[in-house]
Write a protein of this length. Structure first.
Lengths: 434, 524
């Protein structure tokens, strides 16, 4: 090969590298290892973690443990899906493109919106992009976020907006209603951002805030972190939301210690909106024989065409997680999703009854889907650590998300994976550490 | 939707309307099976998941129950399996053949990585579990950080960016934060070569900068005179890909770094092409201030049809204090802890980039790849990638036209001069490759070269595999020159679809399925 190239050695192919930066030997890291050696080392690291399935598990706050059917993981490991690139050559990418088109339709149906994109990195970045999109659509600069939106979503939005002309106002986290958000809406407001179920698990009716926001020319961005909830509770699109964004992790994806997940992004079918959408879109068309097929479309919004005038810098999104999501959703269908949602809610009701009956423990929520907040008679962070010590993963202390605040509040989630025994063990352990 | 099976013309029309072929009754052709949308196959009562019956407890939803059906179709498990397996067969993939997409780095994805990522201790762990229950996850992040910092000779790394463009955003935010902290509020201009990925200018604007393009010189590298002329006290920095998107190492990179630093700016290096130099050259030795590393390129995490990616970003001493939260630190007792909040950080973080701690599933795969290869194997990765690209360039330069003279790095860039007066465009040439069983190269990028064809074979390909590929391209180039235009203009004819009408898709956007109004039933 070197002869064909006309050089004497590999080193001759690296002569453009400045001499001072050429390394003599190997970088100071371990040399190659066999498959068995690597597996051993990685397994040792994995064994230092407590897996969710190995303990009574009630942790949520934006990521939820659900059962993922075996079919899903098998299918996403098909080589043709796993090892394909972004479908830039549509004639040999119809598999990816059709599944994305189906994904977009399912997301639109689930959220009650008209159209959806082909996924974002995760729920938090989808939320941040929605805020920026609303500012472009309305040509306004003020965004009002409810304090009960997941604090990581608020922080990600603030980061994306930091050096733009968009200013984000965040209302206080504690009150259960959206009055503080409504009070902030004025003629300069581009959007209000509200989450339901919110970070404390409370459900919100968005119709009133939508009416008021729309009167002032502001858009409503509805956020959700638990997609399964939409099998039972009203969809954002049916309550006046203009953009719905959320985390799709709970359908098909798994916990994965926080990533990769899949951001869902849907909006109204309005030219102004679609032109300002971030991310990729699959669209229907025909081939030279008139047969139906799919392509990536409306890419004049995107960075590879529009460069410094693009709607977002996003390129790679979350294709394989979107595939897992759409496969799981296809297996569920309407019947499965609504049943799954009801099972989650019922398990949470039973958990609330079990924990709420412990002396000194109060369930704060008036309403919830599969997650709610407890007020404890002692520091929740300490409680969670003591529970872990006895083998129970018992929720997220609110202070982990709101440092220095809500120190006795504990956010707990229940899903279809929790058994009556799990609940009994949790209740007993909680009573024991209080 | 009622199927009218009464006559062939209607069936043909129905086949075509749902993506099938017109010349068979079923719309399928042997193993090339027609597959309608799930919305045309499933129904709302069908379910492929076993679930117990709910108890019918009174709800506590505060009156927020959904009022109307959602409209989601379901499929039984075997139907689901067939739907997606059939669709998968309409995709090209690296496991099926050479995938020479320049700049995208389609290399083999070792399945050990998949196995490790699925260990319950990694896959089935929640990001907000108590620290004591996730020490292995924190350790993994710490070890990955160590490998990345050592391979780049950089003092800090932010692991949380979710893809390459997100990593660019991280690095540029750090630069912006540093400039602001130093009172350099007049520095808002970012220099970006014309050959840059589109993400670079888009990212710079997201950080409140303006973009000033630098032309390329005749050798495909930064035009140093133009670059020097653009320096000034309003310059915030430069975003430079190295090796650049023409597949060339920027020979003057140290001088570029020195000049931008002397001018008071910072050097952002787009690390998309780090796979060409990993193990052989450390970006920290080149004067880089920030660089993202695409774990889904250099370190082989699968592309998955468009993600997920992961874009850890290494930072210089000057920028490290502005790194985003969260990050892991090793404690005095040999354990690990996560710094999650700005107030708890030692430096002055510019913020948080996303929820939780980053793409853990990609971290496990990438670290598995790194440990499998080691410092020696990673060096060989770079060397083999560069060797393979040069072999292609050398063997094809007599029939195709390399955009620039001399050897290249990990990708070979051709322009369309060899197609002059043939009536065949770069697009046509690419589509003809599909008929030959290959995925085309990157087309029309970088923009600085006319009709660009950017070929990146990666280290994955053997010499015999490259020889077959080269023979095909040689024959196609010859065919184009010999006037066999029809072969190209009609292509592809052997793919699951013929050429798709992208103009129509953009002019009349159909972005979702909607229920058809059933005219047959309405008429009855």
């Amino acid at each position: 090969m070197l002869d064909a190239i006309g050089v004497a050695s590999i080193d001759d192919l690296f002569t453009d590298v400045p001499e001072a930066a050429r390394l003599d030997g190997l970088i100071d890291l371990p040399t190659r290892q066999t498959e068995l050696q690597v597996e051993r080392a990685m397994s040792a690291m994995a064994s230092r973690n407590v897996a969710a399935s190995h303990a009574p598990f009630f942790v949520g706050a934006g990521a939820y443990k659900h059962h993922v059917p075996a079919t899903v993981d098998h299918l996403i490991q098909r080589s043709e899906f796993l090892t394909a690139y972004t479908p830039y050559q549509p004639e040999i990418s119809q598999g990816t493109l059709q599944t994305l088109f189906e994904f977009q339709t399912q997301v639109a149906l689930l959220t009650g919106m008209d159209v959806a994109n082909a996924s974002m990195y995760d729920g938090s970045t989808a939320c941040a992009e929605a805020v920026m999109m609303a500012a472009r659509v309305t040509r306004r600069t003020k965004a009002v976020m409810a304090g009960s939106v997941h604090p990581h979503y608020v922080e990600a939005s603030k980061t994306l907006a930091k050096y733009s002309d968009v200013a984000i106002t965040v209302t206080d986290a504690a009150p259960a209603d959206l009055d503080a958000v409504i009070a902030e809406i004025d003629d300069t407001t581009a959007c209000v951002v509200v989450q339901t179920p919110d970070i404390f698990g409370r459900l919100h009716d968005l119709r009133e805030i939508s009416r008021i926001a729309h009167e002032k020319g502001a858009l409503v961005i509805a956020v959700f972190t638990e997609a399964v909830s939409l099998g039972l509770v009203e969809a954002p699109g049916h309550m006046g939301a203009d953009i719905a964004v959320g985390e799709g992790q709970s359908i098909g994806v798994g916990l994965n210690f926080g990533g990769p997940y899949v951001g869902l992004f849907a909006c109204k079918d309005d030219r102004r909106f679609i032109r300002q959408m971030p991310g990729r879109l699959a669209g229907e068309t025909v081939d030279a024989d008139g047969r139906r097929g799919y392509v990536l479309t409306l890419s004049t919004r995107e960075q590879h065409i529009r460069r410094d005038k693009a709607t977002s810098n996003i390129c790679t999104n979350s294709g394989l997680c979107a595939l897992a999501w759409t496969i799981h959703m296809t297996l569920l269908g309407e019947k499965g999703l609504t049943t799954l949602a009801r099972l989650n809610h019922e398990t949470a009701c039973e958990l609330a009854d079990a924990l709420g009956s412990i002396p000194g423990v109060e369930v704060v929520n008036d309403s919830f889907f599969n997650e709610f907040t407890l007020l404890l008679p002692k520091n929740a962070d300490q409680v969670v650590n003591e529970l872990a010590h006895v083998g129970v993963l018992g929720g997220v202390p609110a202070s982990r998300l709101y440092p220095g605040r809500f120190e006795n509040y504990l956010i707990v989630a229940a899903t279809e994976t929790n058994t009556p025994e799990d609940i009994a063990v949790f209740a007993k352990a909680l009573a024991g550490v209080l | 939707m009622g199927m009218n099976t009464q006559g062939r013309p209607t069936r043909m029309a129905e086949n075509i309307a749902t993506g099938g072929y017109a010349d068979t009754i079923s719309g399928s052709r042997g193993l090339d099976q027609a597959e309608p949308l799930i919305f045309e196959r499933g129904d709302m009562d069908r379910c492929g998941v076993d679930l117990p019956d709910p108890k019918g407890l009174k709800t506590r939803l505060g009156g927020q129950e959904r009022k109307a059906p959602i409209g989601l179709p379901g499929l039984a498990e075997p139907e689901t399996m067939r739907h997606y397996v059939r669709l998968s067969r309409k995709n090209y993939a690296i496991d099926l053949g050479l995938y020479p997409l320049g700049s995208c780095t389609m290399k083999h994805n070792p399945r050990l990585n998949e196995k490790i990522a699925r260990l319950p201790g990694f896959a089935d762990v929640h990001p907000l579990q108590p620290a004591a229950t996730v020490q292995g996850a924190y350790q993994l992040m710490g070890e990955l950080a160590h490998w990345l910092m050592t391979l780049t000779n950089m003092p800090a790394v932010a692991l949380s960016p979710k893809a390459g463009a997100h990593g660019e955003f991280c690095g540029m935010m750090a630069i912006r934060a540093k400039l602001d902290a130093d009172g350099q509020t007049g520095r808002r201009r970012i220099l970006v070569p014309e050959s840059a990925h589109g993400t670079n200018p888009a990212t710079a604007v997201q950080c409140g900068f303006t973009v000033d393009e630098i032309p390329a010189d005749k050798t495909g590298r930064v035009d140093m005179e133009a670059f020097k002329a653009k320096l000034g006290d309003d310059v915030a920095g430069i975003m430079l890909t190295n090796p650049n998107t023409c597949g060339l190492f920027e020979r003057d990179i140290r001088e570029i770094a020195d000049l931008i630093h002397e001018a008071g700016g910072y050097f952002y290096c787009d690390g998309a092409n780090f796979n060409a130099i990993v193990g052989r050259v450390r970006p920290g030795d080149l004067g880089v201030d920030a660089m993202h590393i695409n774990l889904h390129k250099t370190f082989s995490t699968p592309h998955g049809g468009g993600g997920p990616g992961s874009g850890p970003t290494v930072l210089s001493e000057a920028l490290a204090p502005f790194a985003p939260v969260p990050y892991v630190v090793e404690t005095a007792k040999g354990g690990w802890e996560m710094v999650e909040h700005m107030d708890d950080a030692e430096g002055d973080p510019f913020g948080r980039m996303a929820a939780f701690h980053g793409q853990m599933g990609m971290f496990t795969r990438a670290l598995t790849y790194m440990m499998s290869h080691g410092s020696d194997g990673l060096k060989q990765v770079a060397e083999d990638a560069v060797l393979n690209a040069n072999y292609i360039q050398a063997r094809l330069k007599h029939v195709m036209t390399p955009a620039f003279d001399g050897t290249c790095m990990h990708e070979a860039l051709f322009d369309d001069r060899f197609l002059k007066d043939t009536g065949v465009t770069t697009l046509d040439f690419a589509k003809a490759m599909i008929d030959e069983g290959y995925h085309p190269m990157t087309m029309y990028f970088p923009l600085v070269v006319h009709g660009a064809m950017l070929i990146e074979p990666t280290e994955t390909e053997s010499m015999s595999g490259l020889d077959r590929f080269i023979e095909v391209l040689e024959a196609l180039a010859t065919a184009a020159k010999d006037g066999d235009k029809d072969r190209f203009l009609a292509a592809p004819v052997h793919a699951p679809t013929k050429r798709l009408d992208e103009t129509r898709a953009a002019r009349q956007p159909v972005l979702r399925w909607t229920a058809p109004t059933d005219t047959v039933e309405a008429a009855e």
